[in-house]
Ligand binder design. Structure first.
Ligand code: 4NP
Length: 153
């Protein structure tokens, strides 16, 4: 069983897209994908309309997702915690209890560009282009993550 958690700040723009995209690429029933935010500002809300729209353009439905805040118990629940940017990384690692927790946290773009520590930019205050750009980055990263999962199971 592989359990993957996608994390951003609000859990309404980037991580819901990452969750939806990865789910669309993984075939195994032995894999679960979820998402959360390090902030609680949008708890209970649906993804941002612009994330819903870019997902829909790519035949992915993320309308059933609901934002929730990252919790320390997520370290027990998930094998791998992908964060979008350095600030998410710091916020999640600040809650880690030990080295094992820390070892689960990874910048998602390091799957595409290993060790470069590149960030998926926060598109919240920008326009539709930002969401298209974020979608493309997450699609590439999730393709690589899914290939690994699909070849292991
Ligand atoms: P996300 O984007 O972290 O990709 O979900 C954001 C959404 C909301 C806010 C910031 C970032 N906010 O400040 O409300």
């Amino acid at each position: 069983m592989t359990k993957i958690l996608m994390v951003c700040l609000g859990n309404i723009c980037r991580s819901p897209l990452a969750e939806g995209i990865l789910k669309s690429k993984v075939y195994s029933f032995k894999t679960t994908v979820d998402s959360a935010g390090t902030g609680a500002y949008h708890t209970g809300e649906k993804p941002d309309k612009r994330s819903i729209a870019i997902a829909k353009e790519n035949n992915i439905d993320i309308t059933q997702q609901k934002a929730r805040k990252f919790s320390v118990t997520d370290f027990d629940e998930f094998d791998c915690i992908y964060v979008m940017d350095n600030s998410n990384y710091e916020n999640v690692v600040a809650l880690a209890r030990d080295e094992k927790d820390i070892s689960k946290v990874k910048l998602i773009l390091n799957e595409v560009f290993p060790e470069e520590n590149l960030e998926v930019p926060d598109p919240y205050y920008g326009g539709a282009f930002g969401f298209k750009n974020v979608y493309k980055m997450l699609d590439e990263a999730c393709e690589i993550i899914a290939e690994k999962i699909n070849s292991n199971e």
